[in-house]
Design a protein around this ligand. Sequence first.
Ligand code: SF4
Ligand code: SF4
Length: 185
Amino acid sequence: MTLTERLYLPAIANGMRITFQHIFKKKATVQYPEVQRPIAPVYRGHHVLKRDEAGAERCTACGLCAVACPAEAITMTAAERKKGEEHLYREEKYAAVYEINMLRCIFCGLCEEACPKEAIFLTDRIIPSNYGRNGFVFGKDKLVEGINDRVDVTKRQTPAVIEFKKDKFHQHNITINDLVDLDEH
Ligand code: SF4
Ligand code: SF4
């Protein structure tokens, strides 16, 4: 090894050259959260539990989303709707507890596909960071959409599906009362 090499001068100079080259290159990173990258319209992020047109929770705690979930991220406890709660819950059975562990979730969207009540959808919202694991277990307080803050999920549905659902007999979220109404007309 020569004296120059022993002093590491060529290596230091080469390192500085590479550093200066990168200073003037376009940055690969963005200053999140002030700057956010554009995401696809069908991006799958934070789930939402939808309400129906009248504001009642659509979820009937059937458990199909939990069965479909490959990550076993969904748990729920069912309860029976009481008299006078019809405005709160669309069906006679509802989810008293509904939780998704966002650390387990792989955002595959299978829960959305499995749901027969059009109750659960993935939105374009990014899951916020947290300091503890428990903070990533999202309950109904974070999942059910606000009564005055409804979430638009039309981008998650293809035009063909939206067209298909215009036919009331083909709607998956139809209740027995709706069917009686349709029969009468
Ligand atoms: S998106 Fe996939 S992994 Fe996440 S809760 Fe739904 S089914 Fe489970
Ligand atoms: S979100 Fe849908 S699939 Fe899951 S329990 Fe509720 S109604 Fe059933």
